[in-house]
Design a protein around this ligand. Sequence first.
Ligand code: 6PG
Length: 264
Amino acid sequence: MAIDPYDLVDDSFAVPALPGRVVTGADADDVHGSLGADLLLQANNCVRAHGDFHLALSGGSTPLPFYRCLMVDPRFRQLPWERTHLWIVDERCVAPDDDRCNFLHIRETIVEHVDIPPQQVHPMDAHLPGAAAAYDRALRETLAWREVGHDRLDFVLLGMGGDGHTASLFPHSPALVEPEALVVANDGPTVTPPARITMTYRLLNASRFVAVLVMGASKHAMLERVARADAEDAASLPIRGIVPTGGELRWYLDRAACTGVQAP
Ligand code: 6PG
């Protein structure tokens, strides 16, 4: 009897044993769908409970197709942008019109296409002196409108670099050991230039929901390392220092990141 070749296709793949929950998808569309659905659910719940939603997005290249998906996919049309405060997790110390500026891409991809009030859009002026302190102040003042205990970010989207950094928390860099500030400047030999401004562990780990989006075969080896490490290894693998205290940590991975094999 002839065997139908499609019967032999095994669609399952091994998933790295990361801390928190791991959501996987066969490809980018799949992963974006799951992440977008979780974002929509959290946003609507927060608006219902608090009247607003504090969202912090990351830069880098991985999330840009996801941001575009949020703009064009009809499933995500109902995101409550008019009730959202939009923050940035980290920024490069460059002029706001420099192509390396994270917020430039978020502005072009999201802000210019949604009905978010301008006073709820919070870029970092990372090219100006005192930018970290100013952003720290803006966060504290804005979150102070919330009841005590709810004065935290509601949803943070992080990425992961091939060296295990997240936000601009690079291996063995000074920002890793900041105990008080919510936002600091970060620089040093392990920081990929230019110098950065970044949210700290203190702020990120206080968030209600932390989503880590990691896509592509090039991140596979680091994901395996992170899965074998523990929170004590955060100095060399900063993503391992993301341990939300009262919130949820959820990874969003595509098949290529899980297997190390890039789809043709
Ligand atoms: C940045 C980021 C950074 C990013 C990782 C992954 O400003 O670069 O916020 O933490 O998420 O470096 O970057 P890619 O998505 O480009 O691989």
